[in-house]
Design a protein. Sequence first.
Length: 83
Amino acid sequence: MSSGGNRVQFWNHLLATSELIESLHDKASDPLDQEQIRAQVREQLETISEAFGDSADPVENFEEYVVVKFCQALDAALGSNSP
């Protein structure tokens, strides 16, 4: 895939992840407990890091690099609260 195509895929995946995370709190008919929400959010953050971490070059794609680093830091912070 071209670099431009990979960037579009990255941003589309990030948008879909954001929408999924938002929907976790909007499920009035089947509310999830906080641990289930945390686990699903962490899965999404890990997916972003694994799928796009190698291509997030701070020189060529600084924005993507920052987002991946943010996802990694947030995942680590969410994981540190687990029993």
